[in-house]
Design a protein around this ligand. Structure first.
Ligand SMILES: [Zn+2]
Length: 106
């Protein structure tokens, strides 16, 4: 037989951080690649303050590049800088919680 069951070919010892690896894979599948990390970091340098805190007259350093319209895997939306906003961790968490948490999500 030219090939065997691939399971038997190489079974690396991955039980150490299987959950982490899985997380990494799903992250990059959703577009969060190294390129995104670089672009995101640059965006936060250009937009160093959380825009939602600013609208509340608060000054908070931005920590997360957020997609205003959830991209849901749409790469043109994902990379559209007009769809990016700088948020602090707190506002990003609030936003993703309402988006992913099922409030009006169809
Ligand atoms: Zn904020």
């Amino acid at each position: 037989m030219p090939w065997k069951n691939p399971v038997h070919q190489s079974v690396p010892k991955v039980d150490v951080s299987r959950a982490k690896a899985k997380q990494r894979v799903s992250r990059s599948l959703r577009g969060y690649t190294h390129e995104w990390d670089v672009a995101s970091r640059m965006f936060l340098q250009e937009n160093p303050l959380c825009v939602r805190c600013l609208s509340d007259d608060e000054i908070t350093p931005s920590q997360v590049t957020d997609h205003i319209i959830p991209h849901k895997g749409d790469m043109s939306l994902f990379w559209d800088r007009a769809n990016w906003q700088a948020l602090c961790k707190r506002h990003h968490d609030v936003k993703t919680a309402t988006e992913d948490g099922g409030f009006g999500v169809r």
